[in-house]
Design a protein around this ligand. Sequence first.
Ligand code: ATP
Ligand code: MG
Length: 421
Amino acid sequence: MIHIPKGTKDVLPSRSHLWQFIERTARETAELFAFKEIRTPVFEHTELFQRGVGDTTDIVTKEMYTFLDKGGRSVTLRPEGTAGVARSFIENGMAGGVLPAKLYYLISAFRYERPQAGRLREFHQFGVELYGAAGPQADAETILLADLFLRRLGLKQIKLELNSIGCRQCRTAYNEALRDYFRPHLEEMCADCRARFEKNPMRMLDCKEEGCRRITAGAPRILDYLCADCRAHFEEVRSLLDAAGVAYEVNPSIVRGLDYYSRTVFEFTTSAAGAQGTVCGGGRYDSLLEQMGERAVPAVGFAAGLERLLMVLEAEGVPMPEENRADCYLLGMDEVSRRQCFLLAASLRRAGIPCEVDLMDRSVKSQFKYADKTGARFVAVVGESELSAGAAEVKDMRTSSSERVAFEQLAQYIFAHKNKN
Ligand code: ATP
Ligand code: MG
């Protein structure tokens, strides 16, 4: 037998309605803010991620699914959504179109990671990108979108952690301060952190090793190094969130794992999902397009991990929609009645009523069993006497009461009664 690849998961039919609930909520929330969906390819030229995500990130150095295609080109399965959207934004001249460009996506992404609960090799994200707006209002609006999404899902125990990592100027001074702080501790830190020390010391704050975390806890704080403009920007984001009643905590150790961030960064975290506590991460990335060799366009966005959200929804016991069920099972008692049921089903479906008929040549008894097991609300029984009366005996499976309903009234009857009790 061939098994599913490590770090991937099937969504089985008994659970797909939960995914649909999360996806529907994502779309509806994005559309409340007048964002529009963008779809980009699953694979891109490897260079896009090297430039767009950044050479020093864990994603690019360790986690990418990169391969040569049959034409000898290096391509990579997208490890995140932002770089592909940026490529599309540039390639389609969106900077010259209506701004701000407000885009959202629902995608699968691929990272070669050590699989564990909430950490997969193929995972799913809902993300948004807002291009063209440099002011703090855009940051706040993006955070409000994420916050409303989580609220509409029904999540309660989620915390918003907020930080500013400043601009390039603030970070030059800060990186020096970080190097001075970490230099005497380098021996005790992991190999990754020693490499980060040279290339991008801020990334050391994002290390997940226990030993490193103890040391980073005492590191200088970026907030003490912000320039006046970055400080004012951060103050205004905070004041807008305060005004909108969105609670947050300033956490100076939030730096995000990707190179393109500047100024505002944030994470929505929870302790309900075990070790992988970040369900959503985002921030501002004004230098992303520049990093990709284009004219800079300010941008802000986030991505939320759908697997982790589902874990938290279940851990919190949040009520979620039930599995989809047919409204009506049409049960034929003999050969001729089965044929009538087949036709009745066709007309119910044209009227928009989910229903089913037997496709397995089952006895009356086992048809009832099937209807019960699949949870159809009504069973419309048709036999000899019903045929001659031109009406079905409709049993309400919830109340066990039955009623005779003319064939041509069946659709109307189900519409009228399915939301009762
Ligand atoms: P982490 O720090 O947990 O590795 P990250 O900083 O790499 O996360 P992002 O690149 O910001 O994550 O992706 C946004 C969100 O996507 C994360 O907050 C998380 O919910 C989800 N996510 C990231 N990597 C994975 C993965 N391997 N499996 C499942 N979900 C993931
Ligand atoms: Mg990661």
